[in-house]
Design a binder for this molecule. Structure first.
Ligand SMILES: [Zn+2]
Length: 305
């Protein structure tokens, strides 16, 4: 068989893997409070600039209570102006498994009322902590998850699903610590570790979904609207494109959620994580690179002695 024939055969057998991976960029917990490094608006300005540079439309999953901190909604207006999407991430960002369904609905409606003024608002809902209400140790059940999904649907919402989870929030916390300790010289190392981990995590999820879902899907990458991404989003998007993966609009992802039925029927798929997606594993990587680590849980451990 010639190379060309084997390539064509491979295309027929493995259309997803060879025809390219499509990834939509999504940010959670918008707008996050300002830090010493960036105000919330400055961070948003950086996101908008970088997304524009890459010709990329993104979805920002907003927390209603956080939006109310700025009555002028400056960062929401900026995102809306640049054609990004504003979506719902509850009002107070609590675990669904730990709260009654009535709260879930009232929070969804409260954030809907804030975002409803914007043309870029879409009825996409992302569960805080990716807790679909089915975590039994927290008091959840699959019945609760089903009820929540039905209530969402009745309100015209679709699930703002995540296929590529990340622990960028933990790296952001380590960044904050590095800045506190004046270790700004470590930023380049931190960036290198972040990109290395993100690459591993994306590849893991591409493999998992290729194996389990028997049709092409649009991946959604979960990032947070934090300082880490305000600093390194350009590098993240460049890495994705250099890997030959295509950045697509979140509209493409969320307009077809029918394949999610297979995932929701087996909630264990919702919590799949690669081995390196673990706080200790991430910190080990920092230590191996010679970076000082003083994470929150270590501080708590020390305080408990
Ligand atoms: Zn969140």
């Amino acid at each position: 068989m010639t190379h060309l024939n084997s390539y064509l055969l491979a295309l027929l057998l493995f259309p997803i893997g060879l025809c390219g991976v499509e990834i939509a960029i999504t940010f959670d917990d918008h707008p996050m409070p300002g830090t010493e490094r960036f105000s919330s608006l400055q961070r948003t300005e950086r996101f908008v600039d970088v997304l524009d540079k890459h010709g990329c439309q993104a979805a920002f999953f907003c927390i209603g209570q956080a939006c109310e901190q700025d009555p002028t909604h400056s960062s929401l207006r900026l995102l809306n102006h640049y054609g990004h999407f504003l979506a719902n991430h509850s009002f107070t960002h609590r675990h669904l498994s730990q709260q009654p369904l009535e709260n879930f609905v009232s929070e969804l409606d409260a954030t809907d009322a804030i975002l409803g003024d914007f043309s870029g608002m879409r009825r996409w809902y992302r569960f805080p902590y990716l807790d679909y209400g089915c975590r039994e140790p927290l008091g959840g059940s699959t019945d609760k998850m089903t009820a929540a999904l039905t209530l969402m649907e009745e309100r015209g919402y679709v699930e703002g699903y995540v296929t590529m989870n990340t622990f960028d929030w933990h790296l952001d916390m380590l960044l904050e610590r590095a800045i506190e300790h004046g270790e700004l010289a470590t930023l380049e190392t931190l960036k290198a570790i972040y990109l290395e981990l993100l690459d591993e995590w994306c590849r893991y999820y591409i493999g998992v979904y290729d194996e389990r879902i028997d049709r092409p899907i649009t991946h959604t990458l979960l990032l947070h609207a934090n300082d880490l991404n305000a600093l390194f989003l350009d590098d993240v998007l460049t890495m994705i494109q250099n890997n030959g993966w295509t950045l697509v609009s979140p509209e493409q992802a969320f307009e077809d959620v029918s394949w999610r039925e297979e995932v929701l029927a087996d909630p264990s798929l919702l919590t799949l994580t690669p081995p390196s997606m673990d706080c200790r594993a991430i910190e080990r990587r920092f230590q191996d690179a010679g970076l000082r680590i003083e994470s929150r849980h270590e501080v708590i451990d020390e305080a408990s002695y």
